[in-house]
Design a protein. Structure first.
Length: 119
């Protein structure tokens, strides 16, 4: 079971990561987001930042669909995210080891080549 503290620890251990001030967590590399807390939107209600759900960059639609279909207990999507290579990850359902793999993969896809080569 993982939580926002695990996300923060893993993300900040990667090279050249910046944490953007937010009500939850928001991490970028080279100015590009790779993992952040889910801003849940419910019609008629104010946006709610969910720190128990991480939004992860996954690179492309094929990877997104593979995660959504292959592990529906871990991953989901929401309206407004359909056209983006992003999935939502239920943190209480994922191990810290798997979370580290997912965050590192997201970082690799967003990091500039010069930073990525250092890993």
């Amino acid at each position: 079971m993982a939580d926002a503290d695990d996300v923060r620890r893993i993300a900040l251990a990667l090279p050249e990561v910046a944490e953007i001030p937010s009500d939850g967590f928001d991490f970028r590399v080279g100015g590009k987001g790779f993992v952040w807390s889910y801003p849940e939107r419910t019609p008629g209600k104010p946006r709610r930042i969910r720190t128990d759900v991480a939004v992860l960059f996954v690179g492309d639609e094929a990877e997104k669909q593979a995660l959504l279909l292959g592990e529906p207990a871990l991953f989901f999507t929401a309206p407004g995210y359909d056209d983006f290579p992003l999935v939502m990850l239920r943190l209480p359902e994922v191990s810290a080891e798997r979370l580290s793999e997912l965050i590192t993969d997201a970082w690799r896809m967003r990091a500039p080549a010069s930073v990525n080569d250092s890993m």
